[in-house]
Design a protein around this ligand. Structure first.
Ligand code: ATP
Ligand code: MG
Length: 140
């Protein structure tokens, strides 16, 4: 294990329901530090570029449409084993399969409105962090 960084996004379905504080309480209670953060509204083109890896999937259009429905909070989390730890506290992609106490179990509405995104590997974490943040914006 080592100190890692991962990209977290609080998606529009969650910002709309005023869940930023409750989601970040779970993140901080798990021992992860938020070392960069911004609220922004992404364009359809930006959502498509961010989710390019899913371009061939049947849910790609819906996924991108859901990301432009309102503001998102993009943030960088840092801590021991941060990529796996954050995915553990996010819970399963489909909130109905997520463990009680996880973000998606407690706040997700459905598989496509599941409140948060998290990077899935060191390479994707690095790419996704640099999609939203420049080096000077990381507060460590
Ligand atoms: P994320 O990448 O958002 O952290 P994940 O890694 O758990 O989620 P992925 O397989 O990467 O899941 O899917 C990306 C997003 O696409 C999911 O968070 C979800 O919102 C949406 N999604 C995934 N599978 C489906 C599906 N079968 N139907 C509708 N939406 C889906
Ligand atoms: Mg994913």
């Amino acid at each position: 294990m080592s100190i890692q960084r991962t990209l977290s996004i609080i998606k529009p379905d969650a910002t709309r329901r005023n869940l930023i504080g409750k989601i970040n309480a779970k993140i901080e209670d798990a021992g992860l530090s938020i070392i960069a953060q911004k609220m922004l509204c992404v364009t359809q083109a930006q959502a498509k570029a961010f989710y390019q890896v899913h371009a061939e999937r049947s849910f790609y259009e819906d996924l991108c449409n859901n990301m432009v429905k309102g503001p998102i909070v993009a943030q960088v989390l840092e801590g021991e084993d941060a990529i796996h730890l954050y995915r553990t506290i996010m819970g399963a992609t489909n909130p109905s399969n997520a463990e009680p106490g996880t973000i998606r179990h407690d706040f997700g509405e459905s598989i496509d409105l599941n409140s948060v995104h998290g990077s899935d590997a060191p390479e994707t974490a690095a790419q996704e962090i640099s999609f939203f943040f420049s080096l000077i914006e990381l507060c460590k």
